[in-house]
Design a protein around this ligand. Structure first.
Ligand SMILES: C[S@@+](CC[C@H](N)C(=O)[O-])C[C@H]1O[C@@H](n2cnc3c(N)ncnc32)[C@H](O)[C@@H]1O
Length: 194
């Protein structure tokens, strides 16, 4: 009996380790680890871009679905998560199913380099600088005028942000992007202070 209990525990532990391994390792294959954005930082980011009811938000790399769910529950927006990793995709799909806002939120198992963004009002992105460089031309050409992009912990090097939160390290941009990057942003801010 003791041996049977031992093997059941071992079996459960092995399955949990496998699931945890898939959860953490698979995102690396897409060039970005799974690092969630803290809830207060997400809220600040969505406030910075003034997300309004019924606007459409995309989260590039939906992770555990926290951004799209907050966008719908707390801001009344519609939201689509793009997620390449099967574990994060399945988890987010389940969260949406039981969320009470599933008419407003969805997740797609897709590589965000292949996503069409032309209907987006807001893009939420927690990426790396390399991914930003790869994405910035597609975003600039696809997004409609007035659409906003908020970047967590990295900036789009060719674009001048219209707002920057130093505490949370958030950068927000309005389309079409203005050229010049952070240098142009700080130069403009200094001249305003003089
Ligand atoms: C840093 S996490 C951010 C998760 C969530 N957006 C947040 O802020 O809490 C990045 C997520 O993007 C996913 N990801 C990485 N590269 C991707 C790609 N090319 N297409 C879609 N998803 C990708 C990873 O699997 C991971 O879940």
């Amino acid at each position: 009996m003791i041996f049977q209990i031992f093997f059941v525990i071992l079996y459960i532990a092995a399955i949990l380790s496998l699931l945890y391994g898939l959860w953490t390792i698979v995102p690396f294959f897409y060039g970005l680890p799974w690092v969630p954005t803290a809830h207060d930082r997400v809220r600040r980011a969505l406030e910075m871009v003034d997300l309004r009811p019924d606007e459409l938000l995309y989260d590039l790399g939906a992770g555990d679905g926290r951004i799209i769910l907050m966008a719908a529950k707390d801001f009344g927006a519609r939201a689509i998560g793009i997620e390449a990793s099967p574990m994060q995709f399945a988890f987010t799909w389940l969260r949406i199913f039981f969320s009470g806002v599933k008419s407003k939120v969805s997740v797609r198992r897709e590589n965000f380099y292949r996503t069409e963004f032309s209907d987006a009002d807001v893009i939420f992105a927690y990426l790396t600088s390399d991914q930003a460089i790869r994405l910035q031309d597609d975003l600039a050409s696809q997004l409609k005028p007035g659409a906003r992009v908020v970047a967590v912990a990295f900036d789009f090097p060719d674009w001048k942000p219209n707002d920057f939160d130093e505490g949370y390290l958030l950068f927000s941009y309005t389309m079409p992007p203005q050229k010049g990057g952070m240098l142009a942003y700080f130069t403009e801010r200094e001249s305003e202070l003089e």
